[in-house]
Each structure stands twice: as C-alpha cells, then as structure tokens.
Design a protein around this ligand. Structure first.
Ligand code: FAD
Length: 332
C-alpha cells in the first residue's frame, strides 16, 4: 500500500498529507481495487487471444489453432489427392500403404501440428480410381488413429489378382497419388457405447477392429471389455499379429484375441477349421448376449453369413441389412 501511496503522490494526483487522511486511505483502496480489476482483465484478454484459433488468410474457411490439427476429411463431398510415401509387403498378398495428408495452404505462422484425416473411430474412407474407363470406388479402414503417424495415415490392403482397386493400389509406386474421400460409415466408437464387445473378423476385416481396440485401450478411463475372434486361412495370413498380441499383453485383461486358422500347423494352440458356434460361446465376453454387449463383424460374405447363423443360435438378434450404430450386431 505504501509503494502505491508513493507512486500516486509522485504522479502529482494528490499530495501525501491527503493520502494519510481517512478520505485519502479510502481513495488509495479504490486505486488498488481498480488496478486489480485492470490486471485481471488484461490477463483474461491475453489468455483468450492466445488460445483463439488462428485464421489462415489465404483460405478463410479454414481455421487452425496450434493445439488442434487440421482435419482433412471434414465432409464426404470432396475428393482429396493423397501421395503414397511408403509401401511395405506384410504377406504374400497384403501391403501396408502409407499416405501423406496434404498440408492446408495459407499463411501459417509458427509451428502447427500436421493435419489429420479426422475420421471418427470405426469409420472408413473411399478410394477411387479410373480403371478401363470406369470410375471405381472401394472402402478402406485406416489402421492408424488421427495423429498416430503425424501428417500421414496407413492402409492395410489385400490385393486380389482380379481385383480393381486392390490391384490398382498394389501397382502404385511411391510418389503417386490416389483420390480419397470420407468419413464414411455408421459406426462411431465411444467408451460408453457398450460394456463389452465381441468382435469377429476374417482377413483384412481386422482393420476396423484394430482401430477400435487401439482407441479403446489408449483411453485409460475406458473399461469396455473387448474379445476378438480372428479367422485366417494360413498362419502367414494373420495380419497385425504382433500388434494385437502386444495390445492384449498391455490391456490388463481388457482385450483378448483368439486366432482361428483353416490350415493350422501341428503345434497350433488356437482354433482350427472354421469359427464354430462353440468357439464363439467359449470366447465371447462374460455377460454374453446381454443388452449392454455388442457384436462387431467384418470379413468375407460367406464367413459373415455363417457367423450370422451362429450368433442367432446363441440368442443374438438378426443383423439389419445395413447396420446402424444402435444395432446389437453390427456388420461393417
Ligand atoms: C467398410 C469396409 C472397409 C474395408 N476395409 C478394408 C481394408 O482396410 N483393407 C482391405 O484390404 N479391404 C477392405 N475392404 C474391402 C475393400 O473395400 C474391397 O472390397 C477389396 O479391396 C476388393 O476390391 P477390388 O476393387 O480390388 O475388387 P473387386 O473389383 O470388388 O472384385 C473383383 C474381383 O476380385 C476378387 N475379390 C474381391 N474381393 C474378394 C474377396 N473378399 N474374396 C475373394 N476374392 C475377392 C474376385 O475375384 C472379384 O471378382 C473394406 C470393405 C468395407 C465395406
């Protein structure tokens, strides 16, 4: 208070004798209170302007902040060109493709995070190409979550000899671009969607499950129980096996995977042949067919048809032709 008294007196606003009087004391209290309010206001305005999203001048519809990355696929209406930056063979017919998400153009001052696809967990993208004069479009689920590989996303795609887009992708070389659009899909994972999930996947049908499992386990507040039955022809065909095993080991029992092989080697401890009703019953989550549990399925149509039959036998409802988020049995 003394320091403020000296400053006020020095400024020549009032003299020291007045400040020592009862009226002067009241005057000083008002000065101190005004200074406090002013400082608080300055602090608030400073913080607010520092956290406000920064507009990019060249593309006014785009807002970027230093904390929120730009989502590349905000709508399903636009096609975006994405450059292939890496391609690795994971098995004799499946490649991992890494695509670069283009940075938005404009004046971006300072550091800003790389863009992300902005896909809700469990949704997919469309990839399009002109093949023999026809525009072909197919769906693919990225195996990376937003920001996991900054500025890039990964696709895991099995190539079919007579396939259109899968073959087109397998012939792509690093540096070439593909047309991508999204988000697409009715499913959107959130930690409160169900208490437990039974996931049944075949071959590349693992991709949506992998995305959901990763997102769920990365969230420490999520206690959803996850059980995966994953079918393949041969042991070499099992995709993301190390990643799935690592996730299981680090999940504190929240996630369990059971592999099933059509052609199992002699020392195989998982399932053999096709997925049976008995193996589903053995590996489904505790709680079974209760209302707080959901089933997610993705795989070749003949396998999916067989699974629908098994699930109905266990007591699950018949899935809708086009699945909706609220369905108990959801087919991707
Ligand atoms: C929501 C969703 C997500 C998907 N995510 C992925 C993913 O992450 N990775 C991935 O690899 N695939 C994924 N798929 C499958 C993908 O969309 C294509 O169906 C697949 O790549 C084949 O497309 P294509 O254009 O190469 O073949 P198409 O032109 O559709 O088929 C041409 C020929 O290829 C062969 N063929 C195609 N599909 C099969 C099959 N399943 N089994 C046997 N032969 C076949 C047949 O000979 C067929 O006649 C997903 C599908 C959906 C619906």
């Amino acid at each position: 208070m003394d320091a403020i008294k000296q400053i006020v007196a020095k400024a020549g606003i009032v003299d020291l004798t007045y400040l020592d009087s009862p009226q002067g004391e009241m005057y000083l209290k008002i000065v101190v209170a005004s200074l406090a309010v002013g400082a608080a206001l300055a602090l608030y305005l400073g913080t607010a302007s520092a956290s406000a999203p920064k507009k990019i001048l060249a593309t006014p519809e785009l807002t970027l902040s230093t904390t929120e990355p730009h989502a590349m696929l905000p709508t399903i209406t636009d096609w975006h060109r994405m450059k292939l930056v890496d391609k690795t063979a994971l098995s004799h017919n499946t490649n991992l493709y890494v695509f670069e998400i283009p940075r938005p153009t404009g004046h971006i001052k300072g550091v800003h995070p790389d863009p992300v696809l902005g896909l809700p967990i469990g949704q997919h993208i469309s990839v399009s190409a002109e093949i023999d004069g026809k525009n072909i479009v197919r769906s693919y689920t990225p195996t990376t979550l937003d920001g996991e590989d900054p500025g890039r996303f990964h696709l895991l795609v099995k190539a079919y000899e007579k396939g259109n887009i899968s073959r087109y992708l397998s012939l792509l070389t690093v540096g070439q671009e593909v047309k991508v659009k999204g988000p697409k899909g009715k499913f959107k994972y959130t930690s409160d969607l169900a208490d437990h999930f039974l996931m049944i996947a075949g071959g590349t049908g693992i991709t949506p499950m992998y995305q959901i499992i990763k997102a769920s386990l990365a969230d420490e507040s999520d206690d959803t129980q996850l059980r995966l039955i994953y079918a393949n022809v041969n042991e070499d065909d099992i995709l993301l096996r190390k990643e799935l095993d690592d996730l299981q080991a680090r999940s504190n029992g929240r996630f369990q995977v059971y592999y099933v092989l059509n052609n199992a080697p002699s020392n195989w401890t998982g399932g053999q042949g096709f997925i049976t009703r008995a193996s589903i019953e053995q590996h489904m989550p505790v709680g079974g067919v209760d209302a707080r549990g959901k089933v997610l399925m993705c795989g070749p149509p003949p396998m999916m048809n067989a699974m629908k039959g098994h699930l109905e036998g266990i007591g699950y409802p018949k899935p809708n032709t086009i699945s909706r988020l609220e369905d108990q049995v959801f087919l991707f």
